[in-house]
Design a protein around this ligand. Structure first.
Ligand code: SF4
Length: 377
């Protein structure tokens, strides 16, 4: 299993909470596309003669690419990574594109489908108008719902929608009731997959400034925890399986591409700010379209056995089923055996009879703290 990630670093405005690398100078698209084509050819041998299994276009906002621009990206990727194997995009396990609701029309959705895109991930974030306003989203709730139905009409039968929780602005006095309304609306739409992220105050974001200036208050963590518990119970009752801290899917609809991140399988990241991993080394492109297009500013890091060990905990424990303890380096594991046994006794970790270690679902909300206890310096 190995996938390709393509970062499309363009947005027409910035959401208040966002810290992804993105720019609003759409005039840099030609430069970006030239750089991307050059990088694709440089990385032609990344998969060592084996075809990739998934493709994920994220951002930024990939749906800001015109039909011609997207076609150019697909022709380039197909020529280099699929044609030598006689494959088409339709034959990959999954081809996902992130879209913004305000970019979706029925005609565009039909075109995306014709490219071989099999899965759409769309940021809805909330159905409350006030919330969408302070988040700086470029769409209304009605637009998101219309976009969802346009995608369905165009034939997409694998759609993921995102929600955000963990704030009090714009929802009135009853945070939990407002969140419950969002969940009910989401369940009524019945997407195959739902991602729900807790709002985090990222340094450098507009939101971080607002918090510093006292314009926005952080939500009481106890209330966030209650929202998370409500999320888990409402989605379970609606037939969604929780397979990762923030991800829920109807049976058989878990995201395939992201799985490779959590299992530490190789992936190739293309585009400015994109990260790649070949099994032992990670590297990432500069957060600058100009430098990226010139092939400059790539930073790489060889992982030590200790780095790999820490990553296994950090990534493996995000998954609801955890990961096999036997995959850990036994010598390094000896350093934390006592902590593992203590956390198992406390109910913060569980071992399965198949040798997996995981965080029980009622503790997933505090997973960061649990994982920290297992990191080696
Ligand atoms: S659309 Fe996505 S990438 Fe662009 S600013 Fe909003 S959250 Fe960030």
């Amino acid at each position: 299993m190995a996938g390709i990630y393509v970062h499309v670093p363009f947005c027409t405005s910035f959401c208040t909470y966002c810290d992804f690398y993105s720019i609003t100078q759409l005039g840099k698209k030609p430069l970006y596309l030239e750089g991307l084509e050059r990088e694709v050819h440089r990385q032609a041998e990344f998969f060592n003669g084996v075809p990739p299994t998934t493709l994920y276009l994220g951002g930024g906002t990939p749906s800001l690419l015109s039909s011609e621009e997207l076609s150019r990206v697909f022709v380039c990727l197909g020529t280099v990574f699929l044609r030598p194997h006689g494959l088409s995009f339709e034959q990959l396990d999954e081809v996902t594109m992130e879209v913004n609701p305000d970019d979706v029309t029925y005609e565009r959705a039909v075109f995306w489908k014709s490219l071989g895109i099999s899965r759409i991930s769309m940021g809805v974030q909330s159905f409350h108008p006030e919330v969408l306003r302070w988040m700086g989203r470029r769409h209304t709730a009605e637009q998101a719902i219309r976009a969802y139905h346009d995608l369905r009409r165009a034939g997409f039968d694998n759609i993921s929608l995102d929600l955000i929780f963990g704030y009090e602005s714009g929802v009135g006095s009853d945070v939990l009731a407002a969140w419950d309304q969002d969940l009910a609306q989401m369940i009524a739409l019945a997407p195959e997959h739902i991602s729900a992220y807790q709002l985090s105050i990222e340094p450098g974001s507009k939101l971080a400034q607002w918090v510093q200036q006292g314009k926005v208050r952080e939500l009481d963590p106890e209330l966030s925890a209650q929202e998370y518990a409500l999320l888990q119970s409402r989605l379970a009752a609606a037939g969604y399986l929780q397979y990762e801290i923030s991800n829920f899917a109807k049976p058989g609809r878990c995201a395939i591409h992201n799985r490779s991140y959590w299992l530490r399988e190789p992936y190739l990241g293309l585009g400015p700010a994109a990260h790649s991993f070949d099994g032992t080394r990670r590297w990432w492109n500069p957060e600058d379209v100009q430098m990226y297009a010139a092939g400059e500013g790539v930073v790489s890091e060889d992982l030590t056995p200790r780095d790999a060990f820490n990553e296994q905990w950090m990534l493996g424990l995000r998954r609801a089923e955890g990961f096999p303890l036997a995959s850990l380096d036994p010598q390094l594991y000896a350093n934390v055996t006592g902590d593992v046994e203590r956390l198992v006794r406390q109910g913060s970790l569980q071992k399965s009879s198949e040798g997996y270690i995981k965080i029980p679902s009622e503790k997933l909300f505090v997973s960061d703290g649990i994982i920290c206890e297992l990191m080696l310096d």
